[in-house]
Write a protein that binds this ligand. Structure first.
Ligand SMILES: C[S@@+](CC[C@H](N)C(=O)[O-])C[C@H]1O[C@@H](n2cnc3c(N)ncnc32)[C@H](O)[C@@H]1O
Length: 285
């Protein structure tokens, strides 16, 4: 009978996932092996010749099969990394994307220029990734985070506990700003659903079949949530408050004109991501 070492398994799983068109197959293989073996990635390489016992082989085989069907590896292992924080994720919440770190970076830089306690609102918090990253990095920030989905908020609550942030992050369930008390915020941030119907129809299988539809889709042009959010924002933003919105790469001009139409903001600026796509709009009151 063949004995399977860590190296032999990695060398078998990687091309197997590659043949099934799974993105970054080597990384996926490593994440699944780390999860099953309870090891760090570096240990896979320092323990290349270790033989993997039969019970762990069976667990691994089942996970590799699911990954080959394009089930996201972050869901299979129950965690992901965002802004250097390890966060729990499950199918009830969107898997945080690296491009959202740009919004967090702008938020942290802004808050660090301001004195005293800062009140932040994170609308559509999902896993709580934005709220957690801001609260972790800005010690005088108190973040209120909302979501329509109680499943997502349960995961966000786990992430707040995991990083000892529960005292500075308040989680509220409800539609956009409706669960939020009327006191205004220094900063409102959001990565809301912004996928258009046409874009949704052609999303990759790993997103469309596994991540929550209500976390992604926002009407025919993907602009529905921005429109509703901007109708509610005025009474929730301080006179020198700032609004930061993640946007789809084609939505810059539309979202900027929606912001201009509110006549609330003195300065509106769009920022591009690493792929040179519009990704963030910052509006200063
Ligand atoms: C694109 S996901 C973003 C999640 C997280 N902020 C992130 O960056 O990964 C959008 C989130 O908005 C939530 N959502 C959708 N419609 C909403 C609404 N009307 N009010 C509040 N939250 C909503 C979804 O449940 C989902 O968690």
């Amino acid at each position: 009978m063949q004995t399977w070492t860590i190296k032999a398994l990695l060398d078998w799983i990687t091309p197997f996932l590659g043949d099934k068109q799974v993105d970054a197959p080597r990384l996926c293989a490593e994440f699944l092996m780390c999860h099953v073996l309870g090891k760090q990635r570096i240990e896979l390489y320092t323990q290349f010749d270790q033989v993997v016992p039969a019970d762990q082989l069976a667990q691994l085989r089942a996970l590799v099969k699911r990954a080959s069907d394009h089930e996201p590896v972050a869901y299979l292992v129950g965690k992901t990394e965002f802004y250097s924080l390890e966060l729990n994720v499950r199918p009830g919440c969107l898997i945080p994307r690296p491009e959202t770190e740009m919004l967090v970076q702008h938020a942290i830089e802004l808050l660090r220029t301001r004195k005293g306690q800062q009140s932040v609102l994170d609308l559509c918090t999902g896993s709580g990734c934005i709220a957690a990253a801001i609260a972790h990095n800005v010690k005088d920030a108190h973040v209120t985070a909302t979501d329509l989905s109680q499943d997502a908020l349960d995961i966000a609550a786990e992430n707040c506990l995991k990083h000892r942030l529960s005292e500075r992050i308040t989680l509220l369930q409800g539609d956009l700003l409706s669960p939020v008390a009327s006191s205004p915020f220094d900063l409102i941030v959001s990565n809301p659903p912004y996928v258009s119907e046409a874009e949704y129809a052609v999303l990759d299988k790993n997103v469309k079949e596994y991540e929550p539809r209500e976390a992604l889709l926002a009407g025919p042009k993907g602009l529905d949530i921005y429109e509703r959010l901007l109708l509610q924002v005025e009474s929730h933003l301080k006179p020198d408050g700032v609004l930061m919105l993640e946007i789809g790469y084609l939505q810059g001009p539309d979202v900027v004109s929606m912001l201009e139409n509110t006549s609330l903001f003195s300065h509106i600026q769009t920022y591009k991501d690493m792929q040179n796509h519009d990704r963030l709009v910052v509006a200063i009151r």
